[in-house]
Design a protein. Structure first.
Length: 305
């Protein structure tokens, strides 16, 4: 549990996305077919009651309260804000969208895939969705951008109305990978300064072991083969890192659940505080690459609170 403290974007064209997506998905499915499922006993949170689930489309009727706020000098250094309407203040969740590091957009937070995270704005969380460098062979620019965005929120977020008493980093797919990379490397050097320490992190359907089963992302992103084992979150995580929360669907065809299982196993081995919610019950669509609609919301709320 996190303890509360007291009192542009680089978009790919539609044509490019259509050309890249079939090739990426095809290779992902090939990798997935050979990948094992998480080992029994490596999951922390029990299956949720159906009555507590939040649909992925929750929040699609909402609009950002601020858009294209600059957090750096680059065209991609922009963020959108969803301020909480609640009188309760809990902090700010910084969200990183997915897209295999080569496509996607910060507007995806309200695009119908992340309802359980968007729901947090009703509980007193301000939400920020960040843009970052996209494209083939751009590693490690996205990592540097996300670290810069978190630093900006911590240092300047209050000036635009954010509650920065606690800052949690969250992401989906490639964004989950970036969130885990930033969360597990506080103090590392980037062109913009040092990587800030967050109060916690949530990784949904992330790839955390570049050296094993991750060619479909690491090749386009450009992580050198010789570096994959050392820069992966499974290598960086240690007992001094902030607490984390993993969510993964057991039938994910894009990033197999072994990726979260490996990071959780690393956490157990080094004594890090990382929980793992494997979504393995309910409708199949909520056990695939967008699993928050089957996640244990009570457990996620408790972690954040």
């Amino acid at each position: 549990m996190l303890h509360p403290r007291r009192p542009h974007h680089d978009r790919q064209s539609g044509a490019r996305r259509r050309l890249l997506a079939p090739a990426v998905v095809g290779l992902v499915l090939l990798v997935s077919a050979c990948a094992p499922s998480p080992a029994p006993g490596m999951v922390d949170d029990p299956n949720p009651l159906r009555s507590t689930l939040i649909a992925n489309h929750y929040g699609t009727n909402l609009s950002f309260t601020q858009t294209d706020v600059a957090y750096g000098l680059g065209d991609q250094h922009r963020l959108d804000v969803l301020e909480s309407p609640s009188p309760t203040t809990r902090g700010t969740i910084v969200f990183v969208h997915g897209g295999a590091f080569v496509w996607g957009d910060k507007s995806q937070l309200l695009g119908g895939e992340h309802g359980a995270l968007v729901y947090q704005h009703t509980r007193g969380w301000d939400l920020v969705s960040v843009g970052y460098t996209l494209g083939e062979n751009t590693y490690p620019a996205g990592y540097h951008d996300v670290a810069l965005a978190v630093s900006w929120v911590k240092e300047h977020g209050a000036s635009i109305g954010l509650d920065t008493s606690k800052v949690v980093l969250a992401g989906h797919s490639a964004g989950a990978t970036l969130a885990a990379m930033v969360a597990t490397t506080p103090g590392a050097t980037t062109p913009y300064g040092t990587v800030p320490r967050v109060d916690g992190w949530v990784a949904v359907s992330g790839l955390h072991d570049f050296a094993n089963g991750g060619a479909y992302i690491t090749d386009p992103w450009g992580v050198p083969a010789g570096h994959r084992a050392t820069v992966s979150p499974v290598a960086q995580l240690d007992a001094n890192d902030p607490p984390g929360y993993l969510v993964h669907g057991d039938a994910d065809p894009m990033v197999r659940p072994m990726q979260s299982e490996r990071l959780h196993a690393r956490a157990v081995a080094v004594g890090a505080n990382v929980r793992f919610d494997l979504v393995d019950t309910g409708v199949l669509s909520c056990r695939r690459h967008e699993p928050l609609c089957g996640a244990n919301l009570s457990a996620l709320n408790a972690f954040l609170s």
